[in-house]
Design a protein around this ligand. Structure first.
Ligand code: ADP
Length: 746
């Protein structure tokens, strides 16, 4: 009986030591609950071991020594169980201090409970046992042994009250059972000896079963404890993206739910596949430098396009133990991108079509105006009848207005479609202002207005900017000023401020004594198609586009415009514009005979060159007549042909000094003709300057023509004076006899 009992108790000890060892294996360094469970099982084993030894002793002194050691386990266990339950319950404050503090009272109590004088050892039928003599310490010990389970119950009740989850309630019920078992066991050998009955090692049995129950509770608690390790497992399973884990031999071992859904296979079926059986990839996809590789491939099973990231997993010794493959299905994105690309291409085509339409429109409208203006110019030059010349001047004015209108509409649509660009080049401010003055003076003086340009003589002359657009802005404002002024004057005053050696801010103030603008209308001036004060201006031609274009051009050139006006008295439009200085040479006197009324003079050619040869190429017969007519008085020898092909033929036989080449021609256009001219081995006119004539006046075109290899560019409708000036530049000097000496400004 004694031996059986003793060995049973040793078995308890071994079991609980094993449990404490298993907790130790899990690691107790940073895990409080593991530490407590380790101590609980350790003290439980300790208790069982030494109380088991008490049983088999025949010598009371040896038995007392064993009990002394065993009692360490008893107190240790009770203190640690209290800590463990306090931890489970999450109790804080006074209650925690009380239960923990009370449990630690066991430490000062321990010496009294092991004093040999207080114990009587005797042999019983179940081995060596003992009784305690009555005394105050035994009363205290009894109280301790009763209050500890009550404290533990207190903690569990607290836990039950606080619990909100089912698992916390189950945990609490498990603990109640454990406490009851421990308490019942201790009755046998703690309370019985106090009643004078020999102690049966029932508490050893009780604490063992109780500790088993507590260990079970501990495992249950651990299962639900959210730590990083099992959290990451949840992450792995819960991500929707397919995740594949391959071992170092590149065999698929684990897949998540996302992968089974993606491949439409069970996890077992998935795991039979190799990487190159899942994706259209080479076998060596896992052989890459570094830790991470990203590839794109189509899935063989479902034909989806995937972005695949492959990460190497290393062990502590930096050897590869496997690969983690995360797959992003990008099929939809790829399709969307393709669709967007198609849309963009379609939009680009539409935009291109719009551009071509604008270029064609520009060409189609300018060609007939060219004819009208050219023919008209010839009437002015050649007609002797003054009244007919006067009619022709009227046609000239109307044609110019019509041309300006067409230009406005074309510019407006270019701006609207974002196709208008500012092209900066060096230009002579003086030449620009002189041309502008000439153009406006005639109109102003025809109306009997006093017209004046005030330009400081020290203004730097050679600037960098978009001359065409600056001129267009000023012309628009000056034309308006002349249009809306019935009597009085129109004056343009230039002032400037140098920001540094390279930059200058030009300010043009155009003041008139015209109809003026009502204050409430000033804000609307720059709206498109808006003609303010309709009843006043309806008799004056206009579209309401001019100022809108001016404003947009200025903002493209980083300029500003301001308006000041007094209704009935006049207006001042002030344009401020930054430009770059190329040369600081002062502009000087703008017009030597400035301010004088320039009569419409009889035409005199700027030069004559009887030995110069010019070839004109245009598919429009009337245009040829116009150019020929415009140049008649220069006495040059002019040949005309009507296609690129004929041009190539002509240069085989004749050495021309200049070729005027139309750009838009059927079959072979200007660019192609030029190319062929340059490649021809038997071209006698290899040294001839090729000037492109075009009705396509879109901005940026000039650069395109020069880039294509043309020497110069002349926009239709061709102006007789401009044409002569250009020819003078390109015909070799020895052929030219100038009719009057004029200084060039640039
Ligand atoms: P429009 O083709 O009608 O001249 P603009 O856009 O150039 O179009 O001008 C818009 C309106 O601004 C004109 O219709 C006119 O009412 C007013 N306006 C412009 N300049 C002047 C000015 N110098 N004096 C009085 N009114 C002007």
């Amino acid at each position: 009986m004694v031996v059986v009992l003793a060995y049973s108790i040793y078995t308890f000890a071994i079991i609980t030591f094993c449990l404490s060892f298993s907790v130790l294996q899990k690691g107790i360094r940073k895990d409080r609950i593991n530490q407590l469970c380790f101590l609980v099982t350790l003290f439980s084993g300790w208790w069982s071991l030494f109380f088991g030894m008490v049983l088999v002793q025949s010598d009371p002194d040896r038995a007392a020594q064993m009990r002394t050691l065993g009692q360490i386990g008893t107190f240790g266990l009770l203190i640690c169980i209290t800590h463990m339950l306090a931890y489970f319950s999450g109790v804080q404050g006074k209650m925690k201090t009380w239960v923990i503090g009370f449990a630690w009272l066991g430490v000062p109590l321990y010496p009294f409970t092991v004093q040999k004088d207080n114990l009587v050892f005797e042999m019983t039928s179940y081995g060596m046992s003992y009784r305690m003599s009555n005394g105050w310490w035994s009363g205290l010990y009894t109280l301790y042994c009763v209050i500890i389970p009550l404290n533990l119950l207190l903690l569990v009740i607290y836990m039950l009250r606080k619990s909100i989850r089912k698992r916390e309630r189950i945990l609490a019920y498990n603990l109640i059972i454990s406490i009851v078992i421990v308490a019942l066991g201790s009755v046998l050998d703690t309370v019985m000896p106090m009643l004078g009955i020999a102690a049966f090692p029932g508490s050893t049995l009780g604490q063992f079963v109780g500790v088993l129950a507590i260990f079970q509770t501990y495992l249950y608690y651990k299962k639900f404890q959210m730590n990083l390790e099992n959290m990451s497992q949840f992450v792995y399973y819960s991500v929707d993206e397919p995740v594949f884990l391959f071992d170092e031999a590149e065999r698929l071992c684990i897949v998540n739910n996302g992968a089974t859904v993606f491949l439409q296979m069970s996890a077992e079926e998935c795991c039979k596949l190799r990487m190159n059986e899942i994706f259209e990839l080479n076998r060596d996809v896992f052989r890459f430098r570094g830790v991470k590789n990203r590839v794109e491939a189509r899935c063989i099973q479902n034909h989806n396009i995937c972005s695949i990231s492959i990460d190497k997993i290393y062990d502590d010794y930096k050897d590869i133990i496997g690969y983690i493959v995360i797959v992003h299905d990008i099929t939809e994105r790829v399709h969307m991108m393709e669709k967007l690309d198609q849309e963009r291409q379609r939009a680009d085509k539409a935009n291109e079509a719009k551009g071509t339409f604008l270029a064609n429109m520009s060409h189609e409208i300018r060609t007939p105006i060219n004819v009208v203006m050219g023919m008209n110019e010839m009437i002015i030059r050649e007609c002797e009848d003054d009244s007919i010349v006067e009619y022709a001047h009227n046609i000239q004015d109307a044609s110019r207005t019509l041309l300006a209108l067409v230009n406005d509409i074309l510019d407006f649509s270019k701006i609207e479609s974002g196709m208008l660009e500012v092209v900066e080049e060096a230009y002579s401010l003086k030449a620009m202002l002189r041309a502008l003055e000439k153009e406006c003076r005639m109109r102003a003086e025809d109306k009997g207005l006093n017209f004046q340009f005030v330009v400081p003589e020290d203004t730097p002359n050679v600037l960098l900017g978009d001359e065409v657009r600056v001129r267009q802005v000023l012309l628009n404002i000056l034309t308006n000023a002349i249009k809306y002024t019935m009597k009085g004057s129109v004056t343009m005053t230039l002032s400037y401020e140098k920001k540094n050696n390279k930059e200058i801010q030009l300010t043009f103030a155009v003041a008139d004594t015209g109809i003026g603008i009502k204050e409430e209308h000033i804000g609307r001036l720059f709206d498109k198609f808006d003609r303010v004060d309709e009843e006043q201006v309806h008799a004056i031609e206009g579209t309401g586009l001019g100022l809108n274009i001016v404003n947009r051009l200025l903002s493209l050139m980083h300029g500003t415009i301001e308006v000041r006006s007094k209704y009935g008295e006049g207006s001042t439009f002030t344009v401020s514009l930054p430009q770059h200085i190329i040369e600081d040479r002062p502009i000087g006197v703008l017009h030597e005979e400035s301010g004088k009324h320039e009569e419409r003079k009889k035409y005199v050619p700027q030069f004559v060159a009887p030995d110069a040869r010019v070839l004109v190429v245009d598919d429009n017969k009337v245009n040829l007549t116009v150019v020929k007519g415009l140049l008649r008085k220069t006495q040059m020898h002019i040949d005309c042909v009507m296609s690129g092909k004929e041009c190539l033929e002509a240069v085989k036989w004749e050495q021309y000094h200049v070729i005027l080449l139309d750009y838009m021609m059927p079959e072979m256009d200007g660019a192609e003709t030029l190319q062929k001219l340059k490649e021809m081995p038997n071209n006698k006119s290899m040294d001839a300057a090729v000037i492109v004539l075009t009705a396509n006046a879109m901005s940026g075109m000039k650069e395109m023509y020069l880039e294509q290899g043309f020497d110069a560019y002349l926009s239709k409708p061709i102006e007789g004076t401009a044409l002569e000036q250009l020819l003078m530049e390109y015909i070799p000097e020895q052929y030219i006899v100038k009719s009057s000496e004029k200084s060039s400004d640039l």
